[in-house]
Design a protein around this ligand. Structure first.
Ligand SMILES: Nc1nc2c(c(=O)[nH]1)N[C@H]1C(S)=C(S)[C@@H](COP(=O)(O)OP(=O)(O)OC[C@H]3O[C@@H](n4cnc5c(=O)[nH]c(N)nc54)[C@H](O)[C@@H]3O)O[C@H]1N2
Ligand SMILES: Nc1nc2c(c(=O)[nH]1)N[C@H]1C(S)=C(S)[C@@H](COP(=O)(O)OP(=O)(O)OC[C@H]3O[C@@H](n4cnc5c(=O)[nH]c(N)nc54)[C@H](O)[C@@H]3O)O[C@H]1N2
Ligand code: SF4
Ligand SMILES: [Mo]
Length: 737
């Protein structure tokens, strides 16, 4: 258990480990081969957005890689996944040809692309003709370049004329998106990574940075202000163990805790008048939090009054820079939006926003989650616009030469609503691109039943063996990271390029090329005449952002992005030439420095609501609360990629394990490595016991990387963001099965 081993060292991922090419980098290199040239590409896993240097042979094929030393994000570092990023491209289960299921035998057989494209088009046309534009949907991803996301969203809605499409970013970022939009008037994470190095107090809540964003943890380690690092997490994670203080609250105690902090800060008059002048709702909020005294919330949070009072003082210390960073422990919840906004409120009332080392900062997960937020044409109209806004539709229509009537005014169903509609037989056909919901979706057992009701399922993926691809009627083999070009946007809004450095296997095609073929066969190819290649698409999308908060009209080309070390949005064309020519790290920028927000009156909104009741708390029959999340820095989600690297495979346990508190284990006479069955109302799975006080009594933790885990999870969702509540459901342990 690699991450467990690391705990016994000085802390999580040490610099030595992060930087050691000897350990991670040499898997692929024939030692005598000298590279002929190098190019750069952003890593295709997490949203940190590290830049890698790819060393190429005479034919432009990658032979090895190393982290880029002078890139403002990773400063020469990469985590194990980055170092081994080339390995998964060579896997034997890469899709090399389209596969079509023969209805007679149930077997999948290879077909050529012409046949595959024709099958797709004739099936979806017939579904549309018989059942309407509501009867099919796509489910996509935060892991392909933004040009491909935009192509998919526009092809589907404006070209093919369907309505519904969503992405796995619903599982991940929807809460932060909704929280920012409601509070600031635009989905705008305000920070730059330099804020990690410029804070006096860093609060990490529901974020296990040392495992999930190791290079961001390294950025904290570079902070010379000797910051106080406070981790708020029910588990004693690798990050919590390395922090200055671990606030081990009860799961989902966050909302009450943050209201109690606001209570103390307002009571003690430690608010910042200048910042409050740029907000609305403070009077009602002050009245609301009167009920949330530390004494009142102590029971709900499992924390002492003293801990709460001290924390309130620490995060409102006058003259100190306090930054709050959150990830899935906040977003994946039945009340995630209000909890994220409780964090936003704390920053607004204490003036910790728009200044170095501050901010209510949501760290994104996937390499291009931020690209999806602006360009996927799912929840928002492409380029940071609104489907419901007539002016926005007109602007996008004229900008992209799409007839106005081809841009829908109504919004799509969300992921869970699409799946429910499929279960009910209203959605007949689904197209899954670069996501693996048969493993990753909450209460995944339900998808098997849903599959029965679906007339046609297309899965477009790098591998034909994913849980989702295995049950598809039509499988389309896709090129992956390393085999194509385009742009990703990282957590701090930095746009940068990826490059093709390997040939895709067999007949696998880039998603971009697949969309072009489909557009042409559907009969809407002319709408995408200008979309000849990703850069041409990028330039059009860039133009669309004009006068939006995410305006990037100042970006000239991919070359410009490469030369500048990536560019953070906004970057309007009238940006000063000094700023434009600034050296990369001087070009860092954060939002809201002028105290102006994107709401109609320019003020940030302070939003709040009474904490809700946990949808499935433990009970007599299911006495444990199950938490799920990332296991190690070497495992990525459903493991379609990371499981293909021999080196990464050595760094984590191949069997599912469950973390259990020693006292619970003793009471149940469970021994380390004993095989257990974990059961919820929806399903069960086996896992070996890992006994450690990382979890609290009455709680269990299962890493999400094992396919059975989501058979257990409870399908409840945040009311406003529809994000799944992956981190709280009731389970039981069965011994001796
Ligand atoms: N190695 C690796 N890195 C990854 C990924 C990966 O699969 N593998 N995935 C990427 C993606 S897409 C994402 S979204 C990020 C996710 O990154 P993180 O959100 O950091 O990872 P998680 O482990 O899902 O959850 C973080 C923590 O939330 C805690 N938590 C659970 N419930 C609560 C609660 O009620 N309150 C609080 N305060 N905390 C709680 C959990 O104990 C856990 O330690 O990681 C990204 N990076
Ligand atoms: N229990 C539990 N479940 C969770 C979570 C949790 O914390 N707990 N976290 C949730 C979160 S935050 C996330 S983001 C989701 C992630 O869930 P998924 O999106 O389902 O996970 P991945 O394994 O990243 O799936 C990406 C798929 O895209 C394929 N792929 C990669 N690159 C390309 C490409 O360029 N083109 C194409 N066509 N295919 C490609 C990969 O092979 C893989 O099959 O999981 C969610 N599920
Ligand atoms: S921290 Fe994220 S972006 Fe950086 S190398 Fe690791 S997976 Fe890639
Ligand atoms: Mo995610």
């Amino acid at each position: 258990m690699f991450n467990k081993l690391l705990k016994s060292k000085s802390g999580p991922l040490t610099a030595e480990l992060v930087q050691s090419p000897g350990m991670f980098g040499l898997g692929k290199v024939p030692t005598r081969l000298a590279p002929a040239s190098t190019t750069t590409s952003i890593c295709g896993y997490c949203a940190t957005g590290c830049q890698l240097k790819l060393h190429l042979d005479q034919n432009g094929q990658a032979i090895n890689l190393s982290p880029q030393a002078n890139y403002p994000v990773n400063l020469g570092m990469a985590c194990p996944k980055g170092w081994q990023a080339l390995d998964p491209l060579d896997a034997s289960d890469r899709g090399t040809t389209p596969l079509l299921r023969d209805p007679a035998t149930g077997q999948r057989r290879p077909i050529d692309w012409t046949n595959a494209i024709q099958t797709f088009v004739s099936t979806f046309k017939s579904v549309q003709a018989n059942h309407g534009r509501d009867s099919a949907a796509f489910l996509s991803t935060g892991q392909i370049p933004l040009e491909e996301m935009a192509f998919l969203g526009l092809l589907w809605k404006s070209g093919m004329g369907f309505l519904h499409g969503d992405a796995n970013t619903r599982q991940c970022m929807a809460t932060a998106v909704t929280a920012y939009k409601q509070s600031f008037g635009f989905d705008a994470p305000p920070y730059t990574y330099a804020d990690f190095e410029q804070s006096d107090v860093i609060v990490l809540t529901g974020a296990n940075l040392a495992i999930a964003h190791p290079i961001l943890w390294q950025r904290i380690m570079r902070n010379e202000r000797i910051p106080k690092i406070i981790v708020i997490d029910p588990r004693a994670t690798e990050t919590a163990q390395a922090a200055t203080q671990h606030i081990q609250l009860k799961p989902k105690g966050d909302l009450a805790l943050y209201y109690a902090l606001a209570h103390c800060i307002i009571r003690d008059k430690r608010t910042d008048p200048e910042s409050l002048a740029n907000t609305e709702g403070i009077e009602d909020f002050a009245e609301f939090v009167k009920d949330f005294s530390p004494q009142f919330v102590a029971g709900q949070t499992g924390l002492s009054e003293e801990t709460i009072e001290n924390l309130a003082r620490t995060v409102s210390e006058p003259g100190k820079r306090v930054s709050w960073w959150w990830t899935m422990g906040i977003n994946q919840s039945y009340e995630g939006v209000r909890t994220a906004q409780a964090i936003i409120n704390l920053c607004l009332i204490t003036g910790n926003i728009g200044k170095p080392g501050t901010g209510p900062n949501s760290v994104t997960g996937q390499c291009n989650a931020m690209g999806s937020r602006l360009f996927s044409n799912t929840t928002s109209l492409v380029g940071g616009h609104d489907f419901t806004n007539q002016e926005h539709r007109a602007k996008v229509a004229s900008g992209l030469s799409i007839p106005m009537e081809n841009i829908p005014q109504d919004s799509s169903l969300a992921f869970d609503e699409i799946l429910r509609a499929a279960e009910e037989g209203k959605i007949k056909a689904l197209w899954i691109v670069a996501t693996n919901p048969f493993h990753s979706w909450i209460n995944s057992g339900r998808l098997a039943a849903l599959r029965e009701n679906l007339d046609f399922l297309v899965v477009q993926d790098m591998y034909h063996t994913t849980e989702s691809a295995e049950v598809a009627d039509l499988y389309l083999p896709a090129a992956g990271w390393g085999e194509k070009s385009g742009c990703f946007i990282n957590s701090e809004r930095r746009i940068a390029t990826i490059k093709p450095v390997c040939k895709a296997p067999g007949q696998a095609l880039t998603d971009f090329r697949i969309f072009r073929l489909l557009a042409s066969a559907w009969g809407c190819g002319s709408m995408f005449d200008k979309w000849t290649d990703p850069e041409a698409a990028f330039l059009q999308l860039r133009n669309l952002t004009k006068n939006r908060p995410c305006d990037i009209t100042g970006i000239e080309s991919y070359d410009h992005l490469d030369h500048a070390g990536g560019i953070q949005w906004p970057f309007p064309e009238d940006i000063t030439s000094d700023e434009k020519n600034a050296i990369p790290d001087a070009a860092e920028r954060r939002l809201f420095e002028d105290g102006n927000y994107h709401t109609p009156n320019g003020k940030a909104r302070i939003l709040f609501e009474k904490p809700a009741i946990m949808p499935e708390p433990p009970c007599d029959l299911f006495p444990f609360l199950l938490l799920t999340g990332r296991g190690t820095s070497s495992q990525w989600h459903t493991q379609t990629r990371t499981a293909k690297s021999e080196i990464l495979k050595k760094l984590y346990p191949d069997q599912a394990y469950v973390e259990i508190h020693p006292r619970d284990a003793r009471n149940l006479q469970i021994e380390n490595n004993q095989k257990l069955t974990i059961r919820s109302r929806r399903g069960e799975m086996s896992a070996t016991a890992y006994i450690a006080p990382t979890v609290q009594r009455g709680q269990l933790f299962l890493p999400m990387h094992y396919p059975e885990v989501n058979r257990l999870t409870h399908p409840s969702f945040d009311t406003y963001s529809r994000q799944p509540n992956y981190k709280a459901c009731a389970v039981d342990i069965l011994i001796g099965r």
